[in-house]
Design a binder for this molecule. Sequence first.
Ligand SMILES: [Zn+2]
Length: 112
Amino acid sequence: MPYLPTVDRRFGFSLTELIVVVAILGVLAALMVPRLIGHSDTSKRAACYANQGEIELQVKLWRRNQGSYPAANLSNIDSNPAYFPDGLPVCPVDGTAYTIDTSSGLVTGHTH
Ligand SMILES: [Zn+2]
């Protein structure tokens, strides 16, 4: 007589129960994915805004130490590791470099 494993039907899940669980997970995933994608754009804009604040703060510090604002393309402040030890950040939204208005010290553009 061949060995046949016995199935104890008191334990385990029926096919219907598994289908219901998979359907619930599918509905949850369908609800969550658009929300996560939307938050990605929002967080990138928030990161750009935070970068602008950090740059403007360091530009003020540069002006206090050097007596004038750094170059509009921030090349001289970028080459000084005392101000941006990890390098000058780039915009997380469009990947462009930041520039400043040399009369106000404020970041130009990046109104997204
Ligand atoms: Zn930006």
